[in-house]
Design a protein around this ligand. Structure first.
Ligand code: SF4
Length: 367
């Protein structure tokens, strides 16, 4: 059951959710409360359908992150133009990298195996800053989680990010005067819009920026970061929440973000033994909330799809056959110069060379 609500045009609500949904009985009410002994809050959702998804999220610049094991491309990249870590075969799958392979196998190879750096991106950096604000705002007492406090955190989070990744300073060094101020304002707008979609004074997340990892029976390791996990104490129901700084996709393009959410739901099911009750994507760029209530059958299908994906990745890893797949998203790809679709030549496949080297070592009698 897919639901989309678009309250972004409403003034900031305090304690009132005007939700629209697709296919959900009107007036349905869900309560999500605190965990343990924390102060509890409730959120009410009710539904009538208005549709209204607008556009697509721009190329991977949401800053949701996929963990240190996911390779480059999870954020703004290093921008150094040099390979900073040795090539390696993939050992696990994250939602971002699974999406990369489905989008373009060559892109997956260049990010995960070659580990080529990518240029810093204003959009990715903004996503990181906005996610940090939404995460850390919950450190404050519930009554103090106001738009003013949240927007006031944006510049400090940018400074914190810059201290950790000084190369991001290059984003604004050659820019027009005032570009950084404009960029910070746009980050504040995204943060402010969140208050029209959710009410943090009435939420006590169980987890924020939670690293999850599980090994399936097949041996495949799944890993990633969940932006927020809410638990209903009365029922133990789980709600998995992901923030997107882009716009909600049109319904025909909703499969990819939902696949990411089902990936997290599968991991949580394996880790906690219960199927999450609700998956919720919060699109700050357009002011939409997309929700989906998964079933065990959905997640078993997701597991089958991931295993098939992993088989395809393993085969490409062994053969070195990573084919480019041209799509409109190529416009956001940092590797066009190396891509045959754009007249380029990929670097020699490093794992083949490694295998040959290992064979040569074996022939020389080394262990
Ligand atoms: S530019 Fe080439 S490598 Fe990049 S996504 Fe497009 S087809 Fe794949």
């Amino acid at each position: 059951m897919l639901l989309l609500r678009s309250p972004g045009h409403l003034p900031h609500r305090q304690g009132v959710d005007r939700a629209v949904s697709r296919g959900l009985p009107a007036g349905r009410r869900c309560q999500w409360q605190a965990v343990g002994s924390s102060p509890m809050g409730t959120e009410t959702e009710s539904g009538t359908d208005t549709g209204g998804a607008t556009g697509t999220e721009t190329g991977g610049a949401t800053g949701t992150g996929s963990g240190p094991a996911a390779g480059p491309g999870t954020g703004a990249g290093t921008g150094t133009g040099a390979v900073t870590v040795p090539p390696r075969p993939p050992t696990s799958l994250s939602p971002s990298r699974a999406a990369d392979f489905m989008r373009c196998p060559l892109l997956y190879r260049l990010r995960v195996i070659d580990r080529l750096p990518e240029k810093p991106s204003e959009a990715a950096a903004k996503g990181t800053v906005v996610h940090a604000v939404l995460e850390r705002l919950f450190d404050a007492p519930a009554a103090e989680r106001t738009p003013a406090r949240a927007t006031g955190m944006v510049e400090a989070e940018w400074e914190r990010l810059l201290a950790a990744r000084p190369e991001l300073g290059a984003l604004f060094q050659a820019a027009e005067p005032g570009a950084l101020a404009t960029w910070l304002d746009s980050a504040r707008s995204l943060v402010e819009r969140w208050f029209a979609l959710e009410d943090p004074t009435r939420l006590e997340p169980a987890e924020r920026e939670m690293y999850v990892e599980t090994v399936l029976e097949s041996g495949l390791t799944l890993r990633g970061y969940v932006d927020r996990l809410d638990v209903a104490p009365a029922t133990g129901d789980l709600r998995v929440v992901d923030y997107k700084t882009g716009k909600a996709p049109r319904p025909e393009y909703a499969d990819e973000p939902l696949f990411q959410m089902k990936f997290y739901a599968l991991v949580l099911w394996r880790l906690r033994g219960i199927v999450p009750r609700r998956l919720q994507l919060v699109y700050l760029g357009s002011g939409d909330v997309l929700t989906y209530d998964p079933t065990p059958g959905d997640l078993l299908n997701t597991e089958r799809k991931l295993l098939a994906l992993w088989r395809a990745i393993s085969e490409a890893t062994a053969t070195g056959d990573w084919r480019p797949r041209r799509t409109p998203l190529c416009g956001w790809c940092d590797h066009q110069a190396l891509c045959p679709e754009f007249g380029g030549t990929p670097p020699p496949y490093p794992l083949v060379r490694m295998a040959e080297a290992a064979e040569a070592v074996g022939q020389n009698g080394a262990v």
